[in-house]
Design a protein around this ligand. Structure first.
Ligand SMILES: Cc1ncc(COP(=O)(O)O)c(C=O)c1O
Length: 383
């Protein structure tokens, strides 16, 4: 590595992920990605698209009409409009660009998904994070806490549901109450539903407040398309127009990814039944392994996401040390500080939508990794 590169935080971060991506056979248990073998129809759709040379042309700027329709139908909101984006993250960036400016606030939980906080700050907005980690909060946002933190400055209430990393999900009544509170101060409720397909009884906010809520979606997690970069936002027509006018990705999203997404939606019920069964079994394996190691704890079980928070503090283990020990074994898990400065020293996060042998190896190594991590002090930076 050149000396100029080693002084660049941006390059350091990039090289961290480049090293992971180029580790042969790495077990990806850190980013909630889905590593189950692709559904044959999804694979076939991608190959058909490649064989037809569809990638030589641009896709329609807001997504193929058939895919847009399939997305709104899948969400049970056929009267709404879907805007297809390069990952859910681009939808969130677009929304923040549309609504955040100096003098406004984005109100969210702690922990939350951190990137929309960055997008809000880039626009000059202030970010307010409401602590929800801990039994005293029940690991969830309450209406009272939300009401106490919004005012006329609030541009966006950003709710990750199921919450990443905690895996709690909100009820219909809670979502309706949050939507009412946001509407009361003229704020937009951004309901990040990236993990909704792993949850029981999920209720998208667009059903509660179509004029003041937007849903963001991802094909990275349930369908396993993270590297293809495809997601969407779903909103009522007026909001859709507003967000579309703030798009920067004006030449559309990947055509191959869109064909894969459309094929995925057509087999979703069958596919998710399989994925969720594997995911549930993996969660149970991790629970059994963790319960055999004194001090480890799973504060939210079962999680409604394809991941679990594993608390390490009582075991005398720094999350970063455990992450590093597993990295040396070819397994990526995530340090809590990726999600939250305030609570990040308490936990690691482990993804569960992966092949069974990956979780078996994680579990078999757990006692030894905890022992090694206790003695590990010199740690390279983690991102
Ligand atoms: C809560 C949340 N929202 C959005 C995303 C982004 O998903 P995508 O890969 O579709 O950009 C993630 C990815 O980890 C996430 O955890």
């Amino acid at each position: 590595m050149s000396s100029s590169a080693s002084r660049s935080p941006a390059l350091e971060r990039n090289r961290y992920f480049d090293a992971l991506a180029n580790t042969p056979g790495l077990f990806w248990l850190g980013q909630n990605t889905n590593h189950m073998p692709a559904h044959p129809q999804v694979r076939a759709a991608m190959i058909r698209s490649i064989d037809a040379g569809e990638f030589n042309a641009y896709a329609p700027p807001l997504g193929f009409e058939a895919l847009r329709r399939a997305i709104t139908l899948d969400l049970g909101a056929p009267e709404a409009e879907a805007l297809v984006t390069e990952g859910g993250v681009s939808a969130l960036a677009m929304i923040c660009r549309a609504r955040c400016r100096p003098g406004t606030t984005l109100v969210t939980t702690d922990p939350t998904w951190k990137w929309p906080c960055l997008f809000a700050r880039q626009q000059g907005a202030e970010v307010i994070q409401i602590p929800i980690y801990g039994a005293e909060h029940g690991f969830r946002l309450s209406s009272a806490a939300l009401a106490a933190n919004v005012d006329r400055r609030t541009a966006i209430v950003y709710l990750v549901d199921p919450n990443n990393p905690l895996g709690i999900r909100y009820t219909r009544e809670e979502i309706e109450a949050f939507a009412e509170i946001a509407r009361g101060v003229g704020a937009l409720l951004v309901h990040d539903c990236t993990y909704r397909d792993f949850a029981d009884g999920h209720f998208p906010a667009i059903h509660a407040a179509p004029e003041s809520a937007v849903v963001t979606l991802s094909f990275s997690k349930w369908l396993g398309l993270a590297g293809l970069r495809i997601g969407a936002l779903v909103a009522a027509p007026a909001l859709f127009e507003e967000f579309a006018s703030h798009a920067t990705s004006v030449l559309g999203a990947s055509v191959i990814a869109q064909r894969a997404a459309e094929a995925g939606l057509s087999v979703k019920a069958e596919w998710m039944a399989e994925v969720r069964a594997a995911d549930r079994a993996n969660k149970q394996r991790i629970r059994d392994a963790a319960s055999a190691v004194p001090g480890l704890a799973l504060p939210v079980f079962p999680s409604h996401g394809n991941f679990l928070v594993l608390e390490t503090a009582e075991a005398g283990v720094r999350p970063e040390a455990l992450v590093e020990c597993y990295r040396r074994q070819g397994i990526m898990i995530r340090q809590g500080s990726y999600h939250t400065e305030r609570f990040g020293d308490r936990f690691v996060k482990v993804s569960t939508s992966v092949p069974e042998p990956w979780v078996e190896k994680f579990c078999a190594l757990l006692p030894a990794m905890v022992g090694e991590a206790r003695a590990l002090n010199d740690l390279p930076p983690q991102f």
